[in-house]
Design a protein around this ligand. Sequence first.
Ligand code: BES
Ligand code: MN
Ligand code: ZN
Length: 496
Amino acid sequence: MEFQIKSGLPEKQRTACVVVGVFEPRRLIGPAEDLDKASGGYLSALIRRGDLEGKLGQWLLLHDVPNTLSDRVLLIGCGRERELADEQYRRIISLTARTLNETGSMEAVSYLPELNVKGRDIHWNLRQALETTQDALYRFDQLKTKKDTTRRPLRKMVFCVPSRRELNDGEKAITEGQAIANGVALAKNLANLPGNICTPTYLAEQAIEIASRFPKITTTVMDEPEMLSLGMGALLSVAKGSRQAPKLITMNYKGGKKAKPIVLVGKGLTFDAGGISLKSAGDMDEMKYDMCGAAAVFGTLSAVAEMNLPLNVIGITPCSENLPDGNANKPGDVVTSMSGQTIEILNTDAEGRLILCDSLTYAEQFDPDVVIDIATLTGACVVALGSHASGLLGNHNPLIHELLNAGKVSGDRAWELPLWDEYQDQLKSNFADMANVGGREAGTITAACFLARYAKKFHWAHLDIAGTAWRRGKDKGATGRPVPLLTQYILARVQP
Ligand code: BES
Ligand code: MN
Ligand code: ZN
């Protein structure tokens, strides 16, 4: 899909379709009014007749509108003007993309980025329009032999800005949007692959492939012997229950001079059956998504590299399976982490924190500015926040606030949960320094409490993406979150 920006009159666009908006009730918006005037009142007559009220979700496709150069005009309902905020805008853009794709316009010129979205500017509008369009048109059909192909798919989208003055900044918005959309698609593609294809080894190969596309990224893959010599007893204990070799992948993006790196640590469980504490069968297939943290790290690094941002980012992704096996962890086993702290494994299904804790210790050597870990860590997070917000916890308030802000701007939101010391008591063990589970109460918080014990040497935040990384049910599929949040956070670090 190709994107462009330009400025110009709607009636002068020689294209398959011109897209303009209508507010409820029956009010043509700026460029739609221009078209109406050029066509001698053609649009207003239709609207008066009651063909389109302008409600959000409505659309009307017109052909051969008089005195216009485009084959079609698509009128999109934009709802009530004063209610037009982020969410409504995204729905408008998404509906537009799907409608164009299904009605034969392979190319279109859209005036919707000129809409007045509450508190947003043209830069934001353009970037969101691009990201949302790509998101709406995403398909994962690599594994189907009969693909559900669209006969005349949307191939090129031109976004209009009010005047030539906005073109420069607009180009930048398009570049950013494209990089983020590509990162999101990369994360979705990896995550949607099943566990028998997307193994730790496969992820390592992919990381090397990504690095080969960007000269500023170097990738190293750590195997079992080195993990052993570093004393990563927690990570290895999870991996030994699987026949797939674990991999600890480090992707190093060097875009800045000497600055300390932002370190991203992503959980890469390519399948989580729970281990000896076996999960129940229902929906267990979804545990192929337990590597979405790693996928988000890959996607974010690729976005950062594509934008060629002037700072340093390191991605660390511990990758393993969690399966029941004669050699697997057993409830009650005690392991020693790389930090030296011992862990009593009371539930083998709380494996994410075991692979992450050693990765956090490993991150120390990079002298990080901040460390952010991203993990599909707890079902409790889905219960607490559902699928709209990722859980956010950490030990440094400014970092938390920057991440919350990045979530708001990108539309990929997070919500903070408390990481108070009182919760630490739930991790007490009679036999080791800590237990790997903290009981039924506050499961997301106690999981973060566990990680906090390995993040004492740096500013750290934890994103629990169990509810946001994929959609359940009929539209099951990866979302690519939180690539937009993380990339926005990094962008804001470059240009505060
Ligand atoms: N990968 C799961 C978390 C998960 C569960 C994500 C359901 C999305 C949906 C994680 O490894 C896990 O199994 N966590 C346990 C922790 C518990 C044993 C303390 C959980 O949430 O049940
Ligand atoms: Mn688990
Ligand atoms: Zn898991």
